[in-house]
Design a protein around this ligand. Structure first.
Ligand SMILES: Cc1cc2nc3c(=O)[nH]c(=O)nc-3n(C[C@H](O)[C@H](O)[C@H](O)COP(=O)(O)OP(=O)(O)OC[C@H]3O[C@@H](n4cnc5c(N)ncnc54)[C@H](O)[C@@H]3O)c2cc1C
Length: 463
């Protein structure tokens, strides 16, 4: 029996940034240029981008409804933006001070790593913690090593620094990034904190050995001038120009085995990248790999809503000018978890004498989507007004609902995902926010890695 190569058909399910990055990487792969590989991307909605959604608001053409930036420290977001022609369009946010609301606004102390203290002085000066809270935190270097086996972020920080550091700093900072309740979140999933935790008996002592960031480190975040939706659009355009077929309004309903390959809604493919949310991937896998489908179903996701408000500049207190926003710790939360002063963070968002504020509502364990839009806007206005001591009268309001938006990495998430990936049948790949990182750069990396694995695997047909 001899073996001959044929043109391999690869399907990507999901047109969020993960699926787009995968389709783009496959379309520009030398195998595609040589005619040995084709790529079809299927997206259920009539638009691409998934959580990357930018739309007009209050007379401005492009205000983000989901993410408004990506981390520049990780290479994949910046690299993809440059590759698809957005390099010149990348902007860094203004360097505004952020605060935590605990009965009033407290500036976030310096020298924290995602809320974890790396020095005692800045913490001692802050009024966010009480004196007993500060003393408890200062005892950290004297404590014996804390075991990491539980892989629980909240338990670790509480054990090292006490409840106040956890509830007023680490939980609001990490929680606002992942819409998480960090008492139920994996420590290993937050590498900056895990690195300090694993490096030494004491976090404060380990932090002393951290290298100083270089003076020319560059911005921490970037976003395209036209908003994050532009990254999805440019990636899609570039993938299509390289030959990828992008099918919109085409939800994939079934996945079946077909000899050595697969059938998606009865169409044959040699390999499939599942870049859709875990709940969808789990349903598609139920018939062909039920154990894996059940494993994926154990990765939960939190719903959030973003209420965007435009308020008249003259009603905006001078004391808040130049600030980027604030966080609300769990014990003080009603529905609002954070407020980002969008047009102060992004000066190009300024329009017609208005201040744009993006209010985050909901997280793991704090449901919001059962409330109607009117209720969410009223709650946002009331709560923000209470925090800032203002009577807000928004000129415009918009509600963006994100169901199942933030996968929750429970303790031992990495081991669970490794087991799932080991068991995946050949020709099937999982990618996206549910597995190896929730942020946009990690999603891009995950899509590109799935594409590379797909291109590397050799499918030969007997003749
Ligand atoms: C409000 C909000 C703010 C955020 N802020 C930031 C931030 O500032 N920085 C950052 O880095 N990250 C941020 N994130 C996280 C980040 O945006 C997401 O984790 C990331 O965009 C997820 O990309 P994805 O492609 O994996 O998933 P998704 O964007 O969810 O894409 C999955 C796609 O699959 C499609 N799909 C579903 N079912 C099917 C089916 N049956 N067939 C075909 N297609 C299907 C969906 O319609 C969707 O388009 C934020 C997220 C939200 C919601």
């Amino acid at each position: 029996m001899t073996a001959s190569h044929k043109t391999r058909r690869v399907a990507v399910v999901g047109g969020g940034i993960t699926g787009l990055a995968a389709a783009h990487a496959l379309a520009i792969h030398p195998q595609a240029a040589a005619g040995d590989l084709t790529v079809d991307l299927f997206e259920s909605e009539e638009r691409l981008g998934g959580k990357l959604r930018t739309s007009p608001f209050a007379g401005h053409p492009a205000i983000d409804e989901g993410p408004d930036a990506f981390l520049a420290r990780l290479p994949w977001g910046t690299a993809l933006a440059r590759e698809v022609g957005l390099g010149e369009q990348l902007l860094a946010p203004a360097q505004g001070k952020a605060a935590v609301w605990w009965d009033c606004l407290h500036p976030i102390p310096d020298k924290l790593v995602l809320g974890m203290p790396t020095g005692a002085v800045a913490l001692a000066r802050s009024r966010l913690l009480t004196w007993p809270g500060k003393l408890r935190a200062a005892m950290e270097p004297l404590l014996p090593r804390t075991a990491l086996d539980a892989d629980a972020l909240g338990a670790f920080v509480r054990a090292r620094f006490g409840d106040q550091v956890h509830e007023r700093l680490v939980d609001p900072l990490v929680g606002s990034i992942y819409a998480a309740d960090t008492d139920h979140f994996s420590l290993a999933a937050v590498p900056q904190i895990h690195g300090l935790a694993a490096g030494s008996r004491s976090v404060l002592l380990a932090a002393r050995k951290l290298p100083k960031p270089p003076a020319d480190a560059g911005p921490v975040f970037y976003a395209p001038r036209q908003g994050m939706g532009a990254l999805a659009a440019a990636t899609a355009e570039s993938a299509a120009a390289a030959g990828a077929c992008l099918h919109l309004s085409t939800p994939v309903g079934t996945l079946e085995r077909d000899g050595h390959g697969w059938r998606l809604d009865d169409e044959p493919f040699d390999a499939v990248v599942l870049a859709c949310p875990a709940a969808v991937a789990s349903g598609l896998l139920a018939g062909v790999a039920p154990d894996i489908g059940a494993g994926i179903a154990t990765i939960p996701a939190a719903d959030v809503a973003i209420v965007t408000l435009a308020v008249h500049e003259r009603d905006w207190p001078t004391a808040l000018r130049g600030m980027s926003g604030y966080l609300v710790p769990k014990p003080q939360q009603q529905l609002v978890t954070a407020a980002s002063f969008g047009s102060q963070k992004w000066p190009h968002w300024q329009v017609g004498g208005m201040v744009i504020v993006r209010v985050s509502m909901g997280r793991d364990g704090l449901a919001v989507l059962h409330r109607d839009d009117e209720h969410l806007v009223a709650a946002a206005v009331d709560e923000i007004g209470h925090h800032l001591g203002l009577t807000l009268q928004p000129l415009h309001a918009r509600v963006s609902r994100w169901a199942g938006a933030f996968p929750q990495y429970r303790p031992h998430h990495a081991a669970r995902v490794a087991d799932i990936e080991r068991a995946l049948p050949s020709g099937l790949h999982l990618a996206g926010a549910s597995y190896h990182g929730i942020g946009v750069p990690a999603c891009i990396a995950s899509g590109q890695k799935a594409a590379a694995r797909t291109a590397q695997s050799q499918f030969t047909v007997g003749t």
